[in-house]
Design a protein around this ligand. Structure first.
Ligand code: CP
Ligand code: NVA
Length: 311
């Protein structure tokens, strides 16, 4: 059975901007069908996971998605493979290409993902880099569509660090015709190149990309409130010094009360309760955080089947 997603077969997903609006919409549609059980697909292939950073959700959701499709997964723990002993990336990529059907990589530098993609012919998927987290944002868009019934015209406000998740949200929201506001402390704004890229995409749809330091103004009129940790993996040394700087961007009940009354709250997780988000908001009626985590699996199942083709 086909997926009507032939344009994605054999491709890499390194940045959310690699996907067209139509491709994102088709992926979300397929993910919703897979979640509902109205479509059943098989894909008897082998996925490799090469993760240089910790992961709970991405590792488990990719693994379960592949198992449910009838495929298999190999965890290529860098500590027990030759990559930790300095085997060049170009050699590793060409060897893994001969064994695996698809490879998801979690790493630091976006350039390393690009290098893997250049040397390996199989699809390479960005399972989080310092620059982007595209798989996360596919699940986020699925969650927003499910909760609000629509994406186009919706305003999402992201509060906190202008990090990998913020970057993929900028590109993803722009692609699907949402307005996006990023509220960060000075010095923690998102990468300028990504903001410009998002603005170019948004110009086509007539939507807005706003970068601000004013958390309260950014939240007013928003239907989706999103946050992430203030210090990402690899930034642990500056975690304590960031806390007072980021405090005005904490998603708490007072800040949330300024958003639309029916606004939903998202967090990619893991969360630092009491820092970027309070317990009360995480556990409150507006939180869709657990659905969002579940949706990683459905969105990635749609992605795997689209990149690999279904049987
Ligand atoms: N949100 C996310 O990517 O979680 P993990 O780091 O647990 O994979
Ligand atoms: N910005 C976070 C996301 C974790 C899923 C990090 O990179 O650590």
């Amino acid at each position: 059975m086909g997926t009507n997603m032939e344009t994605l077969k054999g491709r890499d997903l390194l940045s959310l901007a690699d996907l067209s609006t139509d491709e994102i919409q088709q992926l979300l549609h397929l993910a919703a069908q897979l979640k509902a059980g109205s479509v059943k697909l098989r894909c008897n292939k082998v996925l490799g996971l090469l993760f240089y950073k910790a992961s709970t959700r991405t590792r488990v959701s990719f693994t379960v998605a592949m198992y449910q499709l009838g495929g298999q997964v190999i965890d290529l723990n860098p500590d027990v493979t030759q990559v930790s002993r300095g085997e060049p990336l170009a050699d590793t990529a060409r060897v893994l290409d001969r064994y695996l059907d698809i490879l998801a990589i979690r790493t630091f530098k976006q350039q390393d993902l690009q290098a893997f993609a250049n040397y390996a012919r199989i699809p390479i998927v960005n399972a989080l880099s310092d620059l982007e987290h595209p798989c996360q944002v596919l699940a986020d868009l699925l969650t927003i569509q499910e909760s609000l019934g629509v994406l186009a015209g919706v305003t999402l406000t992201y509060l906190g660090d202008g990090n990998n998740v913020a970057h993929s949200l900028l590109l993803g929201c722009a692609r699907v015709g949402m307005n996006i506001r990023i509220a960060t402390p000075a010095e923690f704004e998102p990468d300028n190149k990504i903001v410009e890229q998002a603005r170019e995409i948004a110009a086509g749809a007539g939507t807005e990309v706003t970068i601000t330091h004013d958390a309260e103004a950014a939240v007013k009129g928003a239907s989706v409130i999103y946050t992430d940790v203030w210090a990402s993996m690899g930034q642990e040394a500056s975690a304590d010094s960031r806390i007072p700087v980021f405090q005005p961007y904490q998603v708490n009940e007072q800040l949330l009360s300024l958003a639309n009354a029916d606004a939903i709250v998202l967090h990619c997780l893991p969360a630092h309760r009491g820092e970027e988000i309070t317990d009360a908001v995480m556990e409150g009626r507006q939180s869709r955080i657990w659905d969002q985590a579940e949706n990683r699996m459905h969105a990635q199942k749609a992605l795997l089947v689209s990149l690999l083709g279904a049987e």
